[in-house]
Design a protein around this ligand. Structure first.
Ligand SMILES: N[C@@H](CCC(=O)N[C@@H](CS)C(=O)NCC(=O)O)C(=O)O
Length: 204
């Protein structure tokens, strides 16, 4: 059985969507960021960085328990465990890693840092927030260009690169987003998937 420790944020939903897509049975433990539960000593034992999401998997081969943090690592682990949403060794697979890495290292951190700055420092850091938002738009422009060539980010099959990118892309509010026609087409396709719709409501 897998337990997902999460809250209603794009990073958390990258994993809840994945769990819904692969169909593994799992339970959800809400870790309220508003209440500071991510810094409670019990939670820090499983995620010393004090971040969500985390998974605990008790169904592992050597009868141990796996506690795993870092969204990209969790997506790769679940894809390998189930053989789902991972491209077969090929050029598409290389592209899948490339887009997953861009999302994990650049897009997610840019988006989260903009959110954190606006939340903690408010108007005094308006310029810093705007700079990060413009940087995010550079990446969404890249994504739009990629999606003029292929249906999904890795190629013509959905993969963990798409699951990773969707929740942050879907929450981006910027006037230019509407002009990215292929990104919009991809978001509609992703947003219609029942597993994505369920994953986006977790935790309730
Ligand atoms: N690199 C981490 C980032 C996770 C992350 O930033 N989570 C945010 C919520 S979206 C969080 O828990 N923030 C609390 C904090 O940093 O204090 C991952 O990919 O899982």
């Amino acid at each position: 059985m897998i337990t997902l420790y999460t809250d209603a944020t794009p990073n958390g939903r990258r994993v809840s969507i994945m769990l819904e897509e692969v169909g593994l049975s799992y339970q959800v433990r809400k870790i309220s960021l508003d209440k500071g539960e991510h810094r409670y000593p019990d939670y820090l034992k499983i995620n010393p960085a004090g971040q969500i999401p985390t998974i605990m998997d008790t169904d592992v081969d050597d009868s141990g328990v796996l506690i795993l943090t870092q969204t990209a690592a969790i997506l790769i682990y679940l894809a390998e465990k189930t053989g789902r949403l991972i491209c077969k060794p090929s050029l598409d697979r290389a592209r899948m890693w490339e887009w997953l890495a861009l999302d994990a290292t650049d897009i997610s951190s840019t988006r989260f840092n903009a959110f954190l700055l606006s939340l903690r420092i408010g108007d005094s850091m308006k310029e810093g927030v705007e700079l990060l938002r413009e940087r995010a738009m550079v990446f969404y422009r890249l994504m739009d260009a990629r999606l003029t060539e292929t249906q999904y980010l890795a190629g013509n099959e959905i993969s963990i690169a798409d699951i990773s990118a969707y929740p942050w892309a879907a929450s981006m509010e910027h006037p230019q987003m509407q002009s990215f026609e292929n990104l919009q087409r991809w978001m509609k396709v992703m947003g219609r998937r029942p597993a994505v719709q369920r994953g986006m409501t977790i935790p309730e």
